[in-house]
Design a binder for this molecule. Structure first.
Ligand code: OAD
Length: 245
């Protein structure tokens, strides 16, 4: 039934974009796009938030209250992600740049879009390929188990991942909104659409909106087309249509 519905929708999409001028594409990605590369999502069954306490591993207070648990989790995750490789969905997305102006705004802290060859990427929730100091402006490329070490620049802070913890400000919000406003096509892939501000981004554009995910996202109502299934398969089909247009 799901496959059947996707087929009908792809046909409708082809019709819809036949005479539709597409120059600028904004792509929002979430944990679902990296799931088939072996990186756990957050809110699916057995996801990260089923097995870890947000309070201990994802809040700024955890650095003081439960530092051992926080840094162990963050180091293990960064080492694990470093060794992952992009899947077909990441790779196909990078091909879109041959024909369109593409901006990717990812909530993911992995670097699989970079590894797949995409160029214009905003990590709105940061990236764990970088560390930063909790006290001074020292920042750098992650090396195994560096989180939790004392900062050698100021000797006051600790090195933590350059990611957005709960309650912290997202990165590059205004450049993101600017891109979204100018987009002709807005594609959201593999997110539950629950975490703001990203979940509200579709509101800031008049672009045609397409969603791809395994389950309906909470912000489903914004979208003109909703495809249900795995990113590797559906993203590939979508990109083929856009490249042939
Ligand atoms: P979630 O775990 O909330 O949602 C991932 C979504 O991906 C799910 O709703 C699934 O439907 C979908 N999915 C899973 N496997 C898929 C596949 N193979 N193909 C397509 N879709 C698939 O992850 P996010 O929405 O990315 O923030 O989470 C948003 C933010 O919440 C994260 O960036 C993180 C977290 O708290 C911070 O840490 C600041």
């Amino acid at each position: 039934m799901k496959i059947f519905k996707n087929k009908i929708q792809f046909r409708a999409l082809k019709e819809r974009i036949k005479d539709y001028d597409i120059k600028r594409i904004v792509i929002i990605t979430g944990a679902g796009i990296s799931a088939e590369s072996g990186i756990n999502t957050f809110r699916d069954n057995n996801g990260l938030w089923d097995n870890h306490s947000v309070y201990e591993v994802a809040r700024p207070e955890a650095i003081e209250l439960t530092p051992e648990i926080f840094f162990k989790f963050q180091n293990e995750r960064a080492i694990d992600m470093k060794n992952k490789v992009p899947n077909k969905a990441h790779k196909k997305l990078s091909k879109l740049e041959e024909k369109y102006h593409v901006n990717i705004i990812t909530q993911n802290i992995d670097n699989l879009h970079e590894k797949a060859g995409s160029n214009n990427i905003i990590h709105i929730h940061g990236t764990n390929s970088e560390y930063k100091c909790t006290h001074c402006t020292n920042k750098g490329i992650y090396q195994d188990n560096i989180y939790g070490e004392e900062c050698l620049e100021c000797n006051k802070g600790l090195l933590r991942p350059n990611v957005v913890l709960f309650k912290e400000q997202v990165y590059d919000l205004y450049p993101s909104l600017d891109m979204i406003e100018k987009a002709d096509l807005f594609i959201q892939i593999g997110t539950s659409g629950t975490v703001y501000p990203v979940a509200g981004f579709p509101e800031y554009t008049k672009a045609l909106k397409i969603n791809i995910s395994l389950k309906e996202p909470d912000n489903e109502h914004y979208f003109d087309f909703n495809f249900k299934g795995k990113a590797t398969k559906l993203v590939s089909e979508l990109i083929e249509i856009l490249l042939k247009k």
